[in-house]
Design a protein around this ligand. Sequence first.
Ligand code: FAD
Length: 314
Amino acid sequence: MSEVLVVVDAVDGAIRKPTLELLALAKKLGDPSAVYFGANDSAVTDKLKAYGAEKIYVVDDAEIKGYLVAPKAEALQQLVEQASPTAVLVVSSYEGKEIAGRLAIKIDSGVITDAVDIEDGGVATQSVFAGNFTVKGKVTKGTPIITVKPNSASPEETAGAGTVEEFAATISDAAKTAKIVASQPRKATGRPELTEAAIVVSGGRGTGGDFDAVEGLADALGAAVGASRAAVDSGWKPHSFQVGQTGKTVSPQLYVANGISGAIQHRAGMQTSKTIVAVNKDEEAPIFELVDFGVVGDLHKVLPAVTDEVTKRK
Ligand code: FAD
């Protein structure tokens, strides 16, 4: 079988979960080969191997580390020319999509962004128009490049051969156009990242700006906290918390919407969650059309009671 390149999304050597999801999807298309930009570190390569990487290309280059996306796209172009993969899979992050676009131009290929599934044969599924249409598409020119949304597949802990190969890329001056001048890790909240969390507890205008009950439940469940746009526009939470069409797309195992009416633009960011629970004091709220479980009540009373119960059962 031929190789499928999976571009590793990692921060300071910590591989993010969406990469492990891509390795699982890549197996449908061929043999997963991870491409890691960073030092040859066994903690990294062992993990990629454990989740199915047959081969791991380590690209350790100061020129790549010091600059934004362009040098990575150039290195990938050279790797694609060497390995002739069946496809290149990239996480649908801002950086991932820029890498995909730049690479597509360089290798004269088609690109599909924000896929939520990939079938054998390279047919990618996208969820468009706020989740109202599902589109299946296939790249017809060159090596397909597909960016995949986080939480679109489950990581599979099935070891691959994990052969490590150092790849020396040649980075041109033309690619060194945007230098990193400072980088700061996200402020540690102790909570999982919103798009990667298995459980998301969100609050909307119905919180009245008091997120204590929402955050209490989130912490009891080990969940991330999300917010509707109304809550963000009111200044109660920063935009990085927003779930929806103009915010983040989440697809956790469990999504708990509290004081959120269920506008189409909010649904666009959460309706693919596996189980949806809503707490809303209005039994006519549209969110109840898509829930698995609904509670009609005041979130400030319901959530502390649920939090107590969850804490008791731990
Ligand atoms: P509301 O619609 O005001 O609903 C509040 C709910 O809280 C009500 O159902 C009420 O019954 C309930 N409630 C009140 N008090 C309590 C209580 N004590 N206990 C329990 N329930 C209570 N929205 C997003 O969320 N994400 C987006 O990305 C997004 N993008 C948009 C893009 C565009 C172009 C546009 C036009 C809109 C977008 N919106 C987005 C806004 C969207 O249309 C809604 O206005 C927004 O989602 C409403 O937020 P909400 O549900 O918190 O507020």
